[in-house]
Design a binder for this molecule. Sequence first.
Ligand SMILES: [Mn+2]
Length: 428
Amino acid sequence: MKYETINPKLFKKNRDKLKAMLPADSLVVINANDEQLRTGDQFYPFRQNSDLFYLTGLDQEKCILTLCPGHSNPKLREIVFTLQSNDLINTWQGHKYSKEEVTDISGVEKILWLDDFEMILRDLMSEAGTVYLNQNEYIKLSKEVQSRDDRFASATKEQFPLHQYARLAPIITELRNIKEPEEIALIQKACDITEKAFRRVCGFVKPGVMEYEIEAEMTHEFIRNRATGHAYQPIVGSGNNALVLHYITNNHECKDGDLLLMDFGAEYANYAADCTRTIPVNGKFSPRQKACYEAVLRIQKMATSLFVPGNFVDKVNKEVFKMMEKEMIGLGLFTVDDLKNQDAQKPLYAKYLMHGVTHPIGLDVHDVGSKYTEFKKGMVLTLEPAIYIAEENIGIRIENDIMIDGMPVDLMKNIPREVEEIEGMMRK
Ligand SMILES: [Mn+2]
């Protein structure tokens, strides 16, 4: 792995928290992600199942974690099954974990080879009342491909139809929502690497550069700082490309007078940063661009104070939309009278801001968690107010990652966002 070693205490703590929420006769089984086929016999770079990483720190394919906290044999209460390497694998793919390495990374004492899994599973099942099976329950996901966890769930329920089955997702969601200090440090590291990339890009952008050249600058800075790469496909959209919310083709020339919207974030040790900055291609905002930019920036600064315990995503969205209406009137997009007469089903602001402005981040860039969960200390969320004015070729979004504490902690406070700072960096 490119990232520095993580203390296994984190993963042990995470497992202990999970076990504390489970009945004594439960069994939890979590599988590694599949290696996803790209072409022929070539795979996409491996990305671990976030839940398995959260509980073990293991970053290799084909491992399985079982937790059976009430098993009569204490040695079988916590097991990792892992791939046994051989000469062929060593020659072609390189090093795979030894049993000792699995223990060093995860803190799990009992490590077995995968070949033993079926037999041991029968033993664990014989003592388990309720089996907790894991599924990706992200609400916006439309899933066409089964995961290893999905296949395991189907096969186990067929083989052991008389057990009770339960969902692991609600429990693990509650846990992953609240980040331990070690996790905050990893997210901060991802944010700091993202800052370096932004500074690099500000010295690079000028009229005539291609969006993909900017993406390449980001990638360069990410990898040389031990990030795995991008936490998600970066959006590098100049001019009207900034109006396409998930624009990722990044293949146009940046033109003099246009704005450039960049939504990008490093992934460090599987933790995501999620940042957006909008800058003028020629290094200087026009008066109109500046007015719009400062409206979004004012809202971001004001709305940061909403990131306190007790609030929740849905509430922040509604508050920000109200702030947005005032700024949009100030920018002449509609009038006070228009607002009074608006159709409640089709609010006027939604023409210029068509997405929510906050979501949890963590191991997943759109991390687990509901928009009705009350903010608690240790949660990390993005704040991304934006304005898109198609008729003026203006798309502006500013996004920072904020940790909930007594007072909000902006993990991206070092990534410049003031007009003067950005123009100053671009002059150099
Ligand atoms: Mn983003």
